[in-house]
Design a protein around this ligand. Sequence first.
Ligand code: ZN
Ligand code: ZN
Ligand code: ZN
Ligand code: ZN
Length: 379
Amino acid sequence: MWRATSWNPPYIHLQCGCGKEWGLEDMFFCFPCSKALCPYCVTEEIDSFYCRNCMENMPNTEAFAFKNKCARCFQCPACFSTLQILLNSTRQQKLYHFGCQSCYWDSMSLGLFGNSLNELLMSNQDYFMKDNPLQDQLKILIDTYKEACRNRRKIGVKYLQKETWTFEDLENSVQPKPLINPVQRIEHQSPGFDELLNEDINYNEITSMQQRLSNAGAQPRELNKASAQPIPLLTRRSKRCKYCKKYVVKPETNQSFSNPFKMENLLVYFFPRIYIREIKSNSLILLLINPTAAVAYIRLEGDKVPPSELHLDSYDPVMDLVTSEGSSLDESLIIEREKNTISIEVGKPSNDIWISAFWKFMRGQDVKEFEIKIHIKLA
Ligand SMILES: [Zn+2]
Ligand SMILES: [Zn+2]
Ligand SMILES: [Zn+2]
Ligand SMILES: [Zn+2]
């Protein structure tokens, strides 16, 4: 995942109430608490699952039943793009098979085809179930644990009903449990270095780690043995504030809306973006950009910072218009003002600068105000 938080100086981070530092784009804003929240101060929950190809939404139970994979879409075992189902029709018969439009991988070479769509899907399922020695071992393990689980439940009920334990119960409880036969390790001699060098291998035909793991059942060594895989589902997640339990990010499940989020309170939409424009010998020129749709105010506290409240106008880039203007207590503290951007000078006592910012912005009819610590690290 792309992150704005960088630890290579120079950087500007914000400090969350919990004490951790983050880049602006990684943080959230909770309106009921008037608080900036870091990713550790929000809890995440899965709203629904969806397929990246057919965009079909699936509730949790259905997704679990299909092992978090789409039942209709498949991905190429070589390049992971979505496979097309192709029809090869001759006068005698119709053959359905998978084909990749990007790398021309074709399932016909594996003998994977069907006279109907259903037959193709069934033969694909059979293909990656077959020849897997671990399949049987895993089945034994699952059966044994299921049986043990059932017995424990029975015993539990029996002892709950009885009031006292007898010597016989104690003896029964320490009886050795039936053991699962452990899998015998097959001694395998790894090939030597010379052997590997002399081996006649076409390295373009060997699967990469990613290709092998995406075919988890068979984990084939050669690419021509890997088969089409169902596409893993992605998740839509909502985030809640850890303190008041209200949503800060809520995805839209109805696909007919063009906006993918019902609510998306990222701090970057409400707090000014801050950039370093110039580093002088004992001061810094900072650039502050107001992201909100109304005039906003900032007051800074720290070593040699502008001592009074400054205003940032709002600007609409679509209309190319300053949409609301305010007034600062002392405009002379601003070096330059353009649209929704101001540049100011702050002191540079060391390469580690801490400034407290009090930010006041409009949201509808409400005025929101909060404090956050800015950490500027220069080297
Ligand atoms: Zn935090
Ligand atoms: Zn799908
Ligand atoms: Zn491909
Ligand atoms: Zn909250």
